[in-house]
Design a protein around this ligand. Structure first.
Ligand code: CP
Length: 318
């Protein structure tokens, strides 16, 4: 069985199936009738991802297990692997993991016999963020074909940039990067343009914060960053009429984006967060179905007494 670890493992059809399932969950509330436990193992700070997974789990009727690194036995030297194995042993049915190591999944993927969902891996991958960003773009344009998406900011240290560029390219969009010279990643084969070009050609402008926590040394690119590389009020005025602004959050207002633009008409930043709940519901449901932990008869519409007959028109990913 496949865990949900990276965009690399997914086809465009897998992604569209998940987006369609997310849409069905937006339209109709459902719940899982079997007892299912989710352990949310977050070893890095998180507001959006962790909380939206917990809300997704609760909306699905799952039980979310408490885990806090500071009060866990990791403080006594227990490893990530032994922590994950412990949750498997005590009855967790799915693990959601965020960790600062790029390749933490390699330690777990062949040895843990319950599904693992990647909630963020170092500078490398954040596939559920990519799905919610894709969801937001799909809602707006109804297609990815010929959509110009510019990812702007600290490309080198951003897991969102890498997962999003790969997912959105697979879905048919044209992906560009724009950033300060120090934040380029020469290993990524996407065209680099200037911020001034970005605002002119972008249908979607996706801003990223500077990932200071992953910088080993001071970067002169961070000086006058907003004026040189950020989305200023003046640059926003030059965006296409229909163009939208995305940001995975957390936002550093006044740095990568002017504070007044965070909630401007073309911003979809809080919409992205709302969408995150539904795509995470879709990812969790698909994993539980694919691993045989639940089947379709364990899913029913909320406020519907006809268990098992209520989901026949839903589109489940394989
Ligand atoms: N976008 C995102 O991953 O936010 P959090 O770090 O708050 O989870």
């Amino acid at each position: 069985m496949k865990h949900f670890l990276s965009v690399q493992d997914m086809t465009a059809k897998d992604m569209i199936d998940l987006l369609e399932m997310a849409q069905s969950f937006r339209e109709e509330e459902i719940r899982i009738t079997k007892q299912v436990f989710a352990a949310n193992l977050f070893f890095e700070p998180s507001t959006r991802t962790k909380s939206s997974f917990i809300i997704a789990e609760k909306k699905l009727g799952m039980e979310s297990l408490e885990f806090n690194v500071e009060s866990s036995s990791m403080k006594k030297g227990e490893s990530l692997y032994d922590t994950a194995k412990t949750f498997e042993a005590i009855g967790a049915n799915v693990l959601v993991v965020r960790h600062e190591a790029d390749d933490w999944a390699n330690e777990l993927k062949d040895k843990i016999a319950i599904p693992i969902v990647n909630g963020g891996a170092g500078t490398k991958a954040h596939p559920t963020q990519s799905l919610l960003d894709a969801d937001t773009i799909y809602q707006e344009f109804g297609t990815f074909e010929n959509i110009n998406i510019v990812i702007a900011g600290d490309i080198k240290h951003s897991r969102v940039a890498k997962s999003n560029a790969e997912m959105l390219t697979k879905l048919g969009a044209n992906v560009y990067f724009t950033c300060a010279p120090d934040f380029q990643d020469k290993n990524l084969d996407y065209p680099y343009i200037t911020m001034d070009e970005a605002v002119e050609i972008g249908d979607v402008l996706m801003l990223l914060r500077i990932q200071h926590e992953r910088h080993n040394e001071f970067s002169s690119s961070t000086v006058n960053y907003h004026e040189n590389f950020g989305l200023t009020i003046e640059r926003e005025k030059r965006m296409k009429n229909h163009a939208i602004i995305l940001h995975p959050g957390p936002v550093n207002r006044g740095v990568e984006i002017d504070s007044d633009l965070v909630e401007c008409e073309r911003s979809r930043i809080f919409k992205q967060m709302s969408n995150g709940v539904f795509v995470r519901m879709a990812v969790l449901t698909t994993q539980l179905l694919n691993w045989g932990i639940i089947d379709e008869y364990h899913i029913e519409k909320r406020n519907n007494n006809c268990r098992g007959q209520s989901v026949s028109n839903m589109r489940f990913a394989n």
